[in-house]
Design a protein around this ligand. Sequence first.
Ligand SMILES: Cc1cc2nc3c(=O)[nH]c(=O)nc-3n(C[C@H](O)[C@H](O)[C@H](O)COP(=O)(O)OP(=O)(O)OC[C@H]3O[C@@H](n4cnc5c(N)ncnc54)[C@H](O)[C@@H]3O)c2cc1C
Length: 261
Amino acid sequence: MVLRPRLYEPEPDLAKVALGRILDPIGVEHLRASVNTIDTDRRVVVAGGEEIGYDRLVLAAGSALVRPRHLPGKERLFDIDTLEAARRLADHLRGRENYSVVVVGAGFTGLEAATELAAHGRVPVDRRLRALPEVFVAGDTAAAPFDAEHTVMQACQHATPMGKVAGYNAAADLLGIPPRDFTPGPYVTCLDLGDAGGIFTRGWDRRVMAVGTDGKDIKQRINRAIHPPVDDASKILAAADRVHIELPFFPRTEEATTPEA
Ligand SMILES: Cc1cc2nc3c(=O)[nH]c(=O)nc-3n(C[C@H](O)[C@H](O)[C@H](O)COP(=O)(O)OP(=O)(O)OC[C@H]3O[C@@H](n4cnc5c(N)ncnc54)[C@H](O)[C@@H]3O)c2cc1C
């Protein structure tokens, strides 16, 4: 598993967590395969030519950067969308000094245009993250309502709790117990600005709460906090139950920004 928010760091391999250290302790079987077909009528997914049946399906295929196909010089572009791409950039920069880098489209405008366009390919779901009677969708793939005005962002602060809620609801549905709503915490943004520190904002109007070293400190705490517990089943299951991130920098006092019930 790769924690994509950490891929901008100089050593992208730190973003890697061995999935077996989370799934093995809690008795979850993991099959590594690339799914190319989902047949919701027959309730099967096809991976590498093999059909795998399901009672409930949670779709969480994430998002992927759209690379320009006909741009002259595109072979010289780098990105940090995946671990392999981030490694390629890190290897390219390793040991170099006095280099210049041009970042294209990394501002909020570029970001919002990209996420807006990406939203066109997302699967609409209800507050329980259900798309079809037997299919739940989570993460960047899902266009879930945040509140009456907003759809969730393609961001780990939404993707992570959505995964937990979608998994819970798929199991609850099979067990005949009530599902739970997806109730995201207040929307925040936190950017690492290198030597200039960092910036942390709250709310959809992005009120600045911390800058400079304080902002950087929050970013680094987030980067540590998003690492899941491994090897210990009780800690792994307890983390699966926490759908809100409770940390000192994330006070839940501004309840006005939480979604309507
Ligand atoms: C550089 C970068 C920085 C980011 N920074 C932040 C940040 O600071 N804060 C923040 O909130 N968010 C950030 N994000 C966004 C965040 O990483 C994503 O929102 C989050 O990873 C989405 O989680 P997900 O589980 O939906 O998808 P992913 O993490 O993309 O996981 C999807 C998985 O599905 C697999 N998959 C896809 N298709 C198939 C298939 N057909 N068959 C089998 N498997 C498949 C993929 O290989 C992948 O393992 C950042 C993203 C990037 C790239």
